[in-house]
Design a protein around this ligand. Sequence first.
Ligand code: GUN
Ligand code: ZN
Length: 424
Amino acid sequence: MKAYRAAILRFSDDHTPIHDADGLLVTGPDAGGRRVVHAVGDHRSLVGAFAGVPVEDLRGRLIAPGFVDMHIHYPQLDVIGAPADGLLPWLENYTFPHESRFFDPTHASEVAGFFLDELQRHGVTTALTFATSHPASVNAIFEQARLRGLRFITGKVLQDRHSPDGVRDDTEQSLIDTEALIQRWHGVDRLGYAITPRFAPTSSPEQLRGAGELAAKYPQVWIQSHVAENLDEVRWAAELFPHSRSYLGVYGDHGLLRERAIYAHCIHFDAADRALMAQTGAAAAVSPTSNLFLGSGFFDFAAADAAGMRYGLASDVGGGTSFSPFHTMLAAYYVGREGHTKTGMSLTPGQLWWQHTAGAAQALGLAGLVGNLQPGAEADFVVLNPQATPLLARKTAQANSLDELLFALIVLGDDRVIERTVVS
Ligand code: GUN
Ligand code: ZN
Protein backbone atom coordinates (compact mmCIF):
# COMPACT_ATOMS: atom_id res chain seq x y z
CA MET A 1 0.00 0.00 0.00
CA LYS A 2 1.09 3.54 -0.61
CA ALA A 3 -0.58 6.86 0.18
CA TYR A 4 -0.08 10.37 -1.18
CA ARG A 5 -0.81 13.59 0.70
CA ALA A 6 -1.65 16.51 -1.60
CA ALA A 7 -4.58 18.58 -2.78
CA ILE A 8 -6.86 16.20 -4.72
CA LEU A 9 -9.31 16.79 -7.57
CA ARG A 10 -12.01 14.20 -8.24
CA PHE A 11 -15.67 14.16 -9.36
CA SER A 12 -18.97 13.28 -7.71
CA ASP A 13 -21.48 11.05 -9.53
CA ASP A 14 -23.30 14.19 -10.74
CA HIS A 15 -20.04 15.42 -12.37
CA THR A 16 -19.34 18.12 -9.76
CA PRO A 17 -15.63 18.63 -9.10
CA ILE A 18 -14.61 17.84 -5.51
CA HIS A 19 -11.46 19.47 -4.12
CA ASP A 20 -9.77 18.08 -1.03
CA ALA A 21 -7.44 20.98 -0.15
CA ASP A 22 -5.41 18.73 2.17
CA GLY A 23 -6.24 15.29 0.84
CA LEU A 24 -5.06 11.71 1.09
CA LEU A 25 -5.06 9.15 -1.74
CA VAL A 26 -4.51 5.57 -0.53
CA THR A 27 -3.56 3.01 -3.19
CA GLY A 28 -2.70 -0.67 -3.10
CA PRO A 29 -3.12 -3.98 -4.89
CA ASP A 30 -6.56 -5.54 -5.34
CA ALA A 31 -7.22 -9.29 -5.38
CA GLY A 32 -6.01 -9.47 -9.01
CA GLY A 33 -2.77 -7.58 -8.30
CA ARG A 34 -3.74 -4.32 -10.05
CA ARG A 35 -3.02 -1.15 -8.10
CA VAL A 36 -6.33 0.48 -7.20
CA VAL A 37 -7.63 3.30 -5.03
CA HIS A 38 -8.48 2.07 -1.52
CA ALA A 39 -9.58 5.40 -0.10
CA VAL A 40 -9.58 9.07 -1.04
CA GLY A 41 -10.66 12.23 0.77
CA ASP A 42 -9.71 14.61 3.53
CA HIS A 43 -6.31 13.80 5.09
CA ARG A 44 -7.40 14.39 8.66
CA SER A 45 -10.43 12.11 8.49
CA LEU A 46 -8.61 9.25 6.68
CA VAL A 47 -5.11 9.17 8.12
CA GLY A 48 -6.06 7.30 11.31
CA ALA A 49 -7.52 4.35 9.40
CA PHE A 50 -4.30 3.90 7.39
CA ALA A 51 -1.77 4.50 10.16
CA GLY A 52 0.80 1.92 8.98
CA VAL A 53 0.79 2.97 5.33
CA PRO A 54 3.79 4.98 4.05
CA VAL A 55 2.74 8.46 2.93
CA GLU A 56 4.51 10.52 0.28
CA ASP A 57 4.17 14.17 1.17
CA LEU A 58 3.19 16.14 -1.95
CA ARG A 59 1.68 19.18 -0.27
CA GLY A 60 1.70 22.11 -2.70
CA ARG A 61 0.80 19.76 -5.55
CA LEU A 62 -2.58 18.76 -6.99
CA ILE A 63 -3.36 15.09 -7.67
CA ALA A 64 -6.00 14.56 -10.38
CA PRO A 65 -7.29 11.61 -12.43
CA GLY A 66 -5.16 10.66 -15.43
CA PHE A 67 -6.57 12.23 -18.59
CA VAL A 68 -8.53 10.11 -21.09
CA ASP A 69 -8.09 10.96 -24.79
CA MET A 70 -11.07 9.62 -26.72
CA HIS A 71 -9.57 9.90 -30.21
CA ILE A 72 -5.99 10.12 -31.43
CA HIS A 73 -3.91 8.65 -34.29
CA TYR A 74 -0.48 7.35 -33.25
CA PRO A 75 0.79 7.07 -36.86
CA GLN A 76 0.10 10.79 -37.31
CA LEU A 77 2.77 11.83 -34.82
CA ASP A 78 4.78 13.37 -37.66
CA VAL A 79 1.70 14.84 -39.38
CA ILE A 80 1.03 17.43 -36.64
CA GLY A 81 1.07 20.91 -38.11
CA ALA A 82 0.70 19.88 -41.77
CA PRO A 83 -1.30 22.66 -43.45
CA ALA A 84 -3.95 21.85 -46.05
CA ASP A 85 -7.13 23.22 -47.58
CA GLY A 86 -9.32 21.18 -45.28
CA LEU A 87 -9.73 17.52 -44.42
CA LEU A 88 -9.71 15.73 -47.78
CA PRO A 89 -6.53 17.36 -49.22
CA TRP A 90 -4.89 16.92 -45.80
CA LEU A 91 -5.60 13.17 -45.91
CA GLU A 92 -4.37 12.78 -49.48
CA ASN A 93 -1.24 14.94 -49.30
CA TYR A 94 0.07 14.27 -45.79
CA THR A 95 -1.75 11.59 -43.85
CA PHE A 96 -1.94 8.68 -46.29
CA PRO A 97 1.74 9.00 -47.35
CA HIS A 98 2.83 8.97 -43.69
CA GLU A 99 0.57 6.06 -42.77
CA SER A 100 1.83 3.98 -45.71
CA ARG A 101 5.13 3.46 -43.83
CA PHE A 102 3.55 1.45 -41.02
CA PHE A 103 3.74 -1.90 -42.80
CA ASP A 104 7.27 -1.86 -41.34
CA PRO A 105 7.32 -3.13 -37.73
CA THR A 106 10.56 -1.32 -36.94
CA HIS A 107 9.17 2.05 -38.00
CA ALA A 108 5.86 1.33 -36.24
CA SER A 109 7.63 0.43 -32.97
CA GLU A 110 9.80 3.52 -33.02
CA VAL A 111 6.82 5.83 -33.54
CA ALA A 112 4.70 3.88 -31.00
CA GLY A 113 7.35 4.30 -28.30
CA PHE A 114 7.71 8.03 -28.92
CA PHE A 115 3.93 8.43 -29.01
CA LEU A 116 3.35 6.64 -25.69
CA ASP A 117 6.13 8.67 -24.04
CA GLU A 118 4.43 11.82 -25.29
CA LEU A 119 1.03 10.77 -23.91
CA GLN A 120 2.63 10.09 -20.54
CA ARG A 121 4.50 13.43 -20.49
CA HIS A 122 1.16 15.14 -21.03
CA GLY A 123 -0.67 13.20 -18.31
CA VAL A 124 -2.80 11.03 -20.59
CA THR A 125 -3.18 7.54 -19.13
CA THR A 126 -5.84 6.06 -21.45
CA ALA A 127 -6.31 6.72 -25.17
CA LEU A 128 -8.60 5.32 -27.86
CA THR A 129 -6.14 5.32 -30.73
CA PHE A 130 -6.18 4.74 -34.46
CA ALA A 131 -3.36 2.58 -35.83
CA THR A 132 -3.07 2.16 -39.64
CA SER A 133 -4.46 -0.45 -42.03
CA HIS A 134 -1.37 -2.62 -41.42
CA PRO A 135 -1.75 -5.29 -38.69
CA ALA A 136 1.94 -4.70 -37.82
CA SER A 137 1.01 -1.18 -36.67
CA VAL A 138 -1.46 -2.65 -34.15
CA ASN A 139 0.94 -5.25 -32.79
CA ALA A 140 3.68 -2.62 -32.40
CA ILE A 141 1.68 -0.30 -30.18
CA PHE A 142 -0.12 -3.00 -28.17
CA GLU A 143 3.25 -4.55 -27.29
CA GLN A 144 4.56 -1.24 -25.98
CA ALA A 145 1.35 -0.24 -24.19
CA ARG A 146 1.40 -3.63 -22.46
CA LEU A 147 4.98 -3.18 -21.26
CA ARG A 148 3.95 0.18 -19.75
CA GLY A 149 0.88 -1.29 -18.05
CA LEU A 150 -1.49 1.12 -19.79
CA ARG A 151 -5.23 0.83 -20.20
CA PHE A 152 -5.12 1.34 -23.93
CA ILE A 153 -7.41 0.72 -26.93
CA THR A 154 -6.52 0.57 -30.61
CA GLY A 155 -7.37 -1.24 -33.83
CA LYS A 156 -6.44 -1.86 -37.44
CA VAL A 157 -7.89 0.73 -39.81
CA LEU A 158 -10.36 -0.62 -42.40
CA GLN A 159 -10.18 1.22 -45.74
CA ASP A 160 -10.75 -0.87 -48.85
CA ARG A 161 -11.60 1.89 -51.37
CA HIS A 162 -10.85 5.51 -52.32
CA SER A 163 -7.46 5.07 -50.71
CA PRO A 164 -4.04 5.01 -52.40
CA ASP A 165 -1.77 2.01 -52.75
CA GLY A 166 0.12 1.47 -49.53
CA VAL A 167 -2.82 2.07 -47.19
CA ARG A 168 -5.76 0.45 -49.05
CA ASP A 169 -6.66 -3.00 -47.71
CA ASP A 170 -8.57 -5.97 -49.12
CA THR A 171 -12.17 -6.40 -48.01
CA GLU A 172 -12.10 -10.04 -46.99
CA GLN A 173 -8.54 -10.09 -45.63
CA SER A 174 -9.17 -6.91 -43.59
CA LEU A 175 -12.01 -8.61 -41.72
CA ILE A 176 -9.99 -11.79 -41.15
CA ASP A 177 -7.12 -9.67 -39.81
CA THR A 178 -9.47 -7.72 -37.55
CA GLU A 179 -10.91 -10.86 -35.97
CA ALA A 180 -7.43 -12.36 -35.46
CA LEU A 181 -6.27 -9.14 -33.75
CA ILE A 182 -9.36 -9.13 -31.50
CA GLN A 183 -8.59 -12.69 -30.43
CA ARG A 184 -4.93 -11.93 -29.88
CA TRP A 185 -5.24 -8.66 -27.95
CA HIS A 186 -8.69 -7.81 -26.58
CA GLY A 187 -8.72 -8.26 -22.81
CA VAL A 188 -5.00 -9.03 -22.52
CA ASP A 189 -3.92 -7.22 -19.34
CA ARG A 190 -5.45 -3.72 -19.68
CA LEU A 191 -5.66 -3.71 -23.49
CA GLY A 192 -8.82 -3.41 -25.56
CA TYR A 193 -9.52 -3.72 -29.29
CA ALA A 194 -11.48 -1.26 -31.43
CA ILE A 195 -13.01 -2.19 -34.81
CA THR A 196 -11.83 0.77 -36.88
CA PRO A 197 -13.45 1.67 -40.21
CA ARG A 198 -11.58 4.88 -41.14
CA PHE A 199 -14.78 6.64 -42.31
CA ALA A 200 -17.66 5.67 -44.57
CA PRO A 201 -16.16 7.13 -47.81
CA THR A 202 -13.12 4.80 -47.66
CA SER A 203 -15.01 1.59 -46.88
CA SER A 204 -17.16 -0.43 -49.28
CA PRO A 205 -20.63 -1.40 -48.03
CA GLU A 206 -19.31 -4.98 -47.77
CA GLN A 207 -16.48 -3.93 -45.48
CA LEU A 208 -18.84 -1.89 -43.28
CA ARG A 209 -21.25 -4.81 -43.11
CA GLY A 210 -18.42 -7.16 -42.09
CA ALA A 211 -17.30 -4.68 -39.44
CA GLY A 212 -20.87 -4.54 -38.11
CA GLU A 213 -21.03 -8.34 -37.94
CA LEU A 214 -17.82 -8.41 -35.90
CA ALA A 215 -19.22 -5.66 -33.65
CA ALA A 216 -22.28 -7.85 -32.94
CA LYS A 217 -20.17 -10.96 -32.38
CA TYR A 218 -17.81 -9.15 -29.95
CA PRO A 219 -20.02 -6.73 -27.98
CA GLN A 220 -17.26 -5.80 -25.50
CA VAL A 221 -14.97 -4.66 -28.29
CA TRP A 222 -15.00 -0.95 -29.16
CA ILE A 223 -15.85 0.66 -32.53
CA GLN A 224 -14.14 3.88 -33.64
CA SER A 225 -14.58 5.98 -36.75
CA HIS A 226 -15.10 9.55 -37.99
CA VAL A 227 -18.37 11.25 -38.91
CA ALA A 228 -19.66 14.65 -40.06
CA GLU A 229 -16.37 16.48 -39.66
CA ASN A 230 -16.20 18.51 -42.88
CA LEU A 231 -18.84 19.62 -45.40
CA ASP A 232 -17.03 18.18 -48.46
CA GLU A 233 -16.78 14.86 -46.62
CA VAL A 234 -20.48 14.98 -45.73
CA ARG A 235 -21.42 15.55 -49.40
CA TRP A 236 -19.15 12.71 -50.51
CA ALA A 237 -20.68 10.29 -48.00
CA ALA A 238 -24.18 11.24 -49.19
CA GLU A 239 -23.23 10.51 -52.83
CA LEU A 240 -21.73 7.13 -51.92
CA PHE A 241 -24.59 6.01 -49.67
CA PRO A 242 -27.73 7.55 -51.21
CA HIS A 243 -30.05 5.17 -49.38
CA SER A 244 -29.01 6.16 -45.86
CA ARG A 245 -30.88 8.98 -44.13
CA SER A 246 -27.68 10.80 -43.21
CA TYR A 247 -23.95 10.25 -42.89
CA LEU A 248 -24.39 8.95 -39.34
CA GLY A 249 -27.22 6.80 -40.67
CA VAL A 250 -24.69 4.92 -42.85
CA TYR A 251 -23.07 3.56 -39.68
CA GLY A 252 -26.45 2.72 -38.17
CA ASP A 253 -27.46 0.89 -41.35
CA HIS A 254 -24.34 -1.30 -41.07
CA GLY A 255 -24.64 -2.25 -37.39
CA LEU A 256 -21.98 0.18 -36.19
CA LEU A 257 -23.94 2.24 -33.66
CA ARG A 258 -24.05 0.86 -30.14
CA GLU A 259 -22.50 1.36 -26.70
CA ARG A 260 -18.70 1.55 -26.99
CA ALA A 261 -18.94 3.02 -30.51
CA ILE A 262 -16.98 6.28 -30.57
CA TYR A 263 -17.33 8.72 -33.46
CA ALA A 264 -14.88 11.58 -33.83
CA HIS A 265 -16.22 15.08 -34.61
CA CYS A 266 -20.06 14.81 -34.97
CA ILE A 267 -20.20 18.47 -36.09
CA HIS A 268 -22.55 18.60 -39.09
CA PHE A 269 -25.44 16.78 -37.42
CA ASP A 270 -29.18 17.40 -37.34
CA ALA A 271 -31.57 16.68 -34.48
CA ALA A 272 -32.31 13.16 -35.77
CA ASP A 273 -28.57 12.32 -35.81
CA ARG A 274 -28.17 13.50 -32.22
CA ALA A 275 -31.22 11.49 -31.16
CA LEU A 276 -29.76 8.41 -32.87
CA MET A 277 -26.50 8.82 -30.98
CA ALA A 278 -28.38 9.11 -27.69
CA GLN A 279 -30.69 6.13 -28.41
CA THR A 280 -27.89 3.80 -29.42
CA GLY A 281 -25.43 4.78 -26.67
CA ALA A 282 -22.76 5.74 -29.20
CA ALA A 283 -20.54 8.64 -28.13
CA ALA A 284 -18.83 11.61 -29.76
CA ALA A 285 -15.11 12.31 -29.44
CA VAL A 286 -15.03 16.10 -29.56
CA SER A 287 -11.73 17.18 -31.11
CA PRO A 288 -11.55 20.98 -30.92
CA THR A 289 -7.88 21.69 -31.80
CA SER A 290 -8.29 19.53 -34.90
CA ASN A 291 -11.56 21.17 -35.88
CA LEU A 292 -10.06 24.64 -35.52
CA PHE A 293 -6.82 23.70 -37.32
CA LEU A 294 -8.55 22.05 -40.30
CA GLY A 295 -11.38 24.60 -40.32
CA SER A 296 -13.98 21.84 -40.03
CA GLY A 297 -16.59 23.56 -37.88
CA PHE A 298 -17.77 23.83 -34.28
CA PHE A 299 -19.18 21.01 -32.14
CA ASP A 300 -22.57 22.06 -30.73
CA PHE A 301 -22.32 21.33 -26.99
CA ALA A 302 -25.75 22.77 -26.19
CA ALA A 303 -27.51 20.65 -28.82
CA ALA A 304 -25.61 17.55 -27.71
CA ASP A 305 -26.70 18.14 -24.11
CA ALA A 306 -30.30 18.76 -25.13
CA ALA A 307 -30.32 15.45 -27.03
CA GLY A 308 -28.75 13.55 -24.13
CA MET A 309 -25.80 12.54 -26.31
CA ARG A 310 -22.66 11.20 -24.67
CA TYR A 311 -19.38 12.88 -25.53
CA GLY A 312 -15.89 13.57 -24.25
CA LEU A 313 -12.74 15.37 -25.34
CA ALA A 314 -10.02 14.22 -27.69
CA SER A 315 -6.83 15.60 -29.24
CA ASP A 316 -7.18 13.98 -32.69
CA VAL A 317 -3.43 14.33 -33.21
CA GLY A 318 -2.25 14.76 -36.05
CA GLY A 319 -5.29 16.76 -37.28
CA GLY A 320 -5.18 18.09 -33.73
CA THR A 321 -2.27 20.31 -32.83
CA SER A 322 -1.37 19.19 -29.31
CA PHE A 323 -1.12 16.18 -27.01
CA SER A 324 -1.86 18.48 -24.09
CA PRO A 325 -5.23 18.02 -22.38
CA PHE A 326 -4.92 21.65 -21.24
CA HIS A 327 -4.74 22.84 -24.84
CA THR A 328 -7.66 20.60 -25.79
CA MET A 329 -9.80 21.87 -22.89
CA LEU A 330 -9.01 25.49 -23.80
CA ALA A 331 -9.89 24.87 -27.46
CA ALA A 332 -13.15 23.22 -26.32
CA TYR A 333 -13.90 26.39 -24.38
CA TYR A 334 -13.33 28.53 -27.52
CA VAL A 335 -15.54 26.19 -29.57
CA GLY A 336 -18.24 26.35 -26.90
CA ARG A 337 -18.16 30.16 -26.95
CA GLU A 338 -18.57 30.32 -30.74
CA GLY A 339 -22.08 31.67 -31.24
CA HIS A 340 -22.52 32.34 -34.96
CA THR A 341 -23.13 28.84 -36.33
CA LYS A 342 -24.84 27.56 -33.16
CA THR A 343 -25.74 28.64 -29.64
CA GLY A 344 -22.66 29.96 -27.85
CA MET A 345 -22.13 28.89 -24.25
CA SER A 346 -19.47 29.08 -21.55
CA LEU A 347 -18.37 25.64 -20.46
CA THR A 348 -17.18 25.74 -16.84
CA PRO A 349 -13.67 24.55 -16.00
CA GLY A 350 -15.20 21.66 -14.04
CA GLN A 351 -17.21 20.59 -17.10
CA LEU A 352 -14.17 20.79 -19.36
CA TRP A 353 -12.04 18.77 -16.95
CA TRP A 354 -14.80 16.17 -16.47
CA GLN A 355 -15.15 15.78 -20.24
CA HIS A 356 -11.46 14.89 -20.47
CA THR A 357 -11.43 12.45 -17.49
CA ALA A 358 -14.51 10.86 -15.89
CA GLY A 359 -16.85 11.93 -18.71
CA ALA A 360 -14.60 10.49 -21.39
CA ALA A 361 -14.28 7.26 -19.38
CA GLN A 362 -18.07 7.08 -19.05
CA ALA A 363 -18.52 7.61 -22.80
CA LEU A 364 -16.05 4.76 -23.39
CA GLY A 365 -17.91 2.44 -21.01
CA LEU A 366 -15.03 2.58 -18.49
CA ALA A 367 -16.73 4.52 -15.69
CA GLY A 368 -15.55 3.46 -12.25
CA LEU A 369 -12.38 1.97 -13.73
CA VAL A 370 -10.46 5.02 -14.99
CA GLY A 371 -11.01 8.78 -15.28
CA ASN A 372 -11.85 9.38 -11.62
CA LEU A 373 -10.35 8.80 -8.19
CA GLN A 374 -12.79 6.74 -6.17
CA PRO A 375 -12.45 3.49 -4.20
CA GLY A 376 -12.02 0.55 -6.57
CA ALA A 377 -10.80 2.64 -9.51
CA GLU A 378 -7.48 1.79 -11.10
CA ALA A 379 -4.77 4.05 -9.69
CA ASP A 380 -4.00 6.09 -12.82
CA PHE A 381 -3.35 9.68 -11.80
CA VAL A 382 -1.27 12.80 -12.39
CA VAL A 383 0.61 15.04 -10.00
CA LEU A 384 0.23 18.66 -11.12
CA ASN A 385 2.40 21.59 -10.14
CA PRO A 386 0.27 24.75 -10.03
CA GLN A 387 3.50 26.78 -9.76
CA ALA A 388 5.08 25.29 -12.89
CA THR A 389 5.64 28.67 -14.56
CA PRO A 390 6.02 32.15 -13.07
CA LEU A 391 2.72 33.32 -14.51
CA LEU A 392 0.88 30.20 -13.32
CA ALA A 393 2.34 30.58 -9.83
CA ARG A 394 1.19 34.20 -9.76
CA LYS A 395 -2.25 33.37 -11.12
CA THR A 396 -2.96 30.27 -9.00
CA ALA A 397 -1.83 32.08 -5.83
CA GLN A 398 -4.66 34.56 -6.46
CA ALA A 399 -7.33 31.92 -7.14
CA ASN A 400 -10.29 32.39 -4.82
CA SER A 401 -12.22 29.30 -5.85
CA LEU A 402 -11.75 25.87 -7.39
CA ASP A 403 -13.14 27.23 -10.67
CA GLU A 404 -10.49 29.96 -10.73
CA LEU A 405 -7.71 27.46 -9.98
CA LEU A 406 -8.87 25.04 -12.70
CA PHE A 407 -9.34 27.81 -15.24
CA ALA A 408 -5.82 29.13 -14.59
CA LEU A 409 -4.45 25.62 -15.27
CA ILE A 410 -6.59 25.17 -18.41
CA VAL A 411 -5.66 28.54 -19.90
CA LEU A 412 -1.97 28.68 -18.92
CA GLY A 413 -1.08 25.00 -18.47
CA ASP A 414 0.83 22.55 -20.65
CA ASP A 415 3.23 19.63 -20.14
CA ARG A 416 5.30 21.68 -17.67
CA VAL A 417 2.41 21.34 -15.20
CA ILE A 418 2.51 17.52 -15.32
CA GLU A 419 5.12 16.68 -12.71
CA ARG A 420 4.44 12.95 -12.68
CA THR A 421 2.10 10.48 -14.39
CA VAL A 422 1.36 7.35 -12.35
CA VAL A 423 -0.10 4.24 -14.00
CA SER A 424 -1.84 1.48 -12.03
N1 GUN B 1 -11.41 11.26 -41.55
C1 GUN B 1 -10.90 10.14 -42.09
N2 GUN B 1 -9.64 9.92 -41.70
C2 GUN B 1 -9.33 10.93 -40.87
C3 GUN B 1 -8.14 11.26 -40.14
O1 GUN B 1 -7.12 10.58 -40.16
N3 GUN B 1 -8.21 12.39 -39.38
C4 GUN B 1 -9.33 13.17 -39.32
N4 GUN B 1 -9.31 14.26 -38.56
N5 GUN B 1 -10.43 12.88 -40.02
C5 GUN B 1 -10.43 11.78 -40.78
ZN1 ZN C 1 -9.21 11.35 -36.32
